[in-house]
Design a binder for this molecule. Structure first.
Ligand SMILES: Nc1ncnc2c1ncn2[C@@H]1O[C@H](COP(=O)(O)OP(=O)(O)OP(=O)(O)O)[C@@H](O)[C@H]1O
Ligand SMILES: [Mg+2]
Length: 452
């Protein structure tokens, strides 16, 4: 939209921009511009500042009220450049000085439109991210996880610091993402840092940034993660690994929301929400004097704990199915399902590496598989042939833990006999022979355990 009270300017710009391939509407006053904008907002407005009644600056401010993202290039006489500069501070895209060079206007127009397209694209991509971290995208069947999801929904809207705990691979990072993308900060940045991956001095400057010359190699000023996360969320991953010195510095940012860059004196304010994750027991570390109690309390305003996979076995088949689909598509294979024995093996394994380990096992199986079904031989050895330490989980014994030794031995005996019977197709003589007991005692046990 070209806005100018001078007919000749409108005609000239309109002709030039039409030749560039744009559709152009004109307005001869601020009032008309506002009216036309309400009816059909254009992608770009090129507007004169000096016009009768409503001038360009006032019109620009009104437009901004109608749409925060309106893109405006202002035209001004040389004498009024200062007003144009003011307008840029208020969010105008740029200005040209009259009489203007037509090439310059073309260039500015193209650049403004390009920037707008990019902004739109970023917005769309961010919407996709927000969508991919919707709460219902967390795959689960378990009451524990459902409760966790409800808690995530409740706290996402707040600004509270959250401590996310859980064993390795349980989904702590997934939870952190879900919190950010369901919060009011979801169009702002989501910045992560792994506190366990860097030595103290490097972590210090990564977190807080540094000034030029702060240390050898600091050739330029560099903003740290706390600055990058302004208006967004910062995830401090593996917070349990942070050194005592940095714990002190961290406490201050969490309390005051301000800090200095390494080697600098200027105090920087930051508007962030902090999430922290760890697979350590921080309360225990506090007791041992390895983690500051005050910092622990600051981080632990709200805490979420991701349960290990072996405590929500109902999720195993569901997650395995999800990963099967995912990796089948990624590897362009046509695998439909798991052999029932595979499901049994997966469900009985104790998953020390939790969901990540399950994902890896399924990915491997998809790659190894040659047919349309995953069989036990596509699984890694440790799942197929459980070692003695895994016997408990293979037999599902942890489910009956807490009872007396006698009861647990009986349950084990029952399972072993049942398994041997099945393998021998119900042949009691064979089973008795294999297990090294008399036929009579097998018959007795079958009756006792109701295995008939
Ligand atoms: N409920 C779930 N639904 C779908 N994917 C999940 C689920 N839980 C975990 N995952 C996936 O499992 C993998 C491991 O999760 P994540 O990285 O969040 O674990 P973590 O707890 O941060 O592990 P670590 O302590 O090792 O850093 C990721 O690829 C994640 O997307
Ligand atoms: Mg993690």
């Amino acid at each position: 939209m070209v806005v100018d009270d001078e007919d000749s300017v409108r005609k000239l710009l309109s002709a030039v921009l039409k030749r560039e391939g744009y559709q152009v509407v004109c307005a001869e006053s601020g009032e008309e511009a506002l009216r036309k904008f309400r009816a059909l907002p254009p992608d770009l407005i090129i507007m004169d500042i000096r016009m009768p009644n409503i001038d360009g600056i006032t019109a620009f401010k009104e437009l901004r009220k109608l749409s925060q993202n309106v893109t405006v290039i202002l035209m001004t006489a040389y004498a009024a450049v200062e007003t144009a500069v003011e307008a840029i501070k208020l969010g105008a895209f740029d200005y040209v000085i009259k009489p203007f060079d037509i090439e310059e206007v073309k260039l500015l127009t193209n650049r403004a439109i390009q920037l707008q397209k990019m902004t739109e694209k970023i917005f769309d991509l961010n919407q996709q991210l927000i969508d991919s971290y919707r709460l219902d995208k967390i795959i689960t069947n378990s009451p524990k996880m459902r409760e966790l999801c409800q808690n995530i929904a409740k706290i996402a809207q707040s600004n509270a610091t959250v401590l996310i705990t859980g064993e390795s691979g349980t989904g702590k990072e997934l939870i952190a993402n879900t919190i950010h993308y369901n919060s009011r900060r979801n169009s702002g940045p989501f910045i992560k840092i792994n506190c366990g991956a860097l030595p103290e001095s490097l972590l210090d400057s990564e977190l807080f940034g540094h000034e030029k010359g702060a240390f050898t190699g600091a050739v330029m000023r560099r903003p740290g993660r706390f600055e990058q996360a302004d208006h967004g969320t910062l995830l401090l991953d593996e917070i349990g690994e942070i050194s005592p010195n940095l714990q002190v510095k961290l406490l201050r940012v969490l309390q005051e929301r301000e800090f200095e860059r390494v080697g600098g004196n200027t105090t920087i304010k930051t508007d962030i929400r902090v999430l922290a994750a760890t697979n350590r027991n921080l309360a225990e570390m506090v007791k041992q004097g390895r983690f500051r109690q005050d910092l622990y309390y600051r981080l632990n305003v709200v805490s979420l704990s991701a349960p290990p996979l072996r405590e929500r076995r109902e999720d195993i088949e569901l997650l395995a199915g999800y990963f099967l689909q995912k990796f089948t598509a990624e590897n362009e294979k046509e695998i439909m399902d798991f052999d029932p024995d595979v499901v049994k093996l997966l469900e009985n394994y104790n998953w020390p590496g939790n969901v990540r380990e399950l994902a890896n096992v399924v990915e491997r199986a998809v790659i190894m598989s040659t047919g349309s079904r995953i069989f036990p031989e596509d699984l890694p050895d440790n799942l197929r042939y459980s070692s003695e330490s895994d016997l408990i989980s293979t037999l599902g014994l942890e489910k009956i833990s807490g009872k007396t030794l006698k009861e647990m031995i009986k349950k084990t005996e029952c399972l072993l006999i049942k398994e041997a019977l099945q393998r021998n197709h119900g042949n009691k003589v064979k089973t008795a022979k294999e297990l090294g007991v008399s036929r009579r005692s097998i018959l007795y046990k079958i009756q006792e355990y109701e295995l008939e």
